[in-house]
Design a protein around this ligand. Sequence first.
Ligand code: PGA
Length: 233
Amino acid sequence: MKVIINEKTILDQLVSKKIIDLVKSKPNANLGLATGSTPLGVYQNLVNDYQSNNTDYSQVKTFNLDEYLNLPLDHQQSYHTYMNKQLFDHLNINLENTHFPLENNYLNYPTLLKENPLDLQLLGIGSNGHIGFNEPGTAFNSTTNIVKLASETRNDNARFFSKLSDVPTEAISMGLKDIMMAKEIILMANGKNKAAAIYQLVKGLKSEEWPATILQDHPNVTLYLDFDAASLL
Ligand code: PGA
């Protein structure tokens, strides 16, 4: 596992450059995408690059990690809305090439991922060590499924909703086994509240109590950490 520690704006530049270079060298690249506050700077950089350089996304396929359950897809806080607003609306991506695990397709999502191997999976990490919405206790061999959100996750995400009780209790998440099929994984983390999870990922024992530790077994993972997230290493 490679570890890069720098300021957030530099990390955003490095990661967006990697994605842009991949899309230029492989115009039909398959990208695994994440939501949350962590990748916002990367998406902004991709949009800026598209506006200046017309990088072509017309053949790119995207596969998001997760989506809330029981939240309309056009809800302000759905991950569909997030991806449209932050990225898809601003690129020449074909919306038919963008995929989310949903109630009506999640059982087929692992097959879809096998048919379209991800060239790059972008990940954030929860303060409790989740990746996607695979919460502590999730089996390492889990595949895409309906999952219950941990109370820590609901508290972390309450900032996006008017009140805690509005945060959905369930989601659909790409499984840990599915995530591990990606050819390359980039995990970004910033802020002190991620430091314990990052410590476990880098220095801890592999354990289903810290789902991200499964990445210790992946041959091509790079962590992009700001100084706060790396502060316990
Ligand atoms: P965040 O969420 O980017 O909003 O911190 C990351 C995650 O929960 O995986």
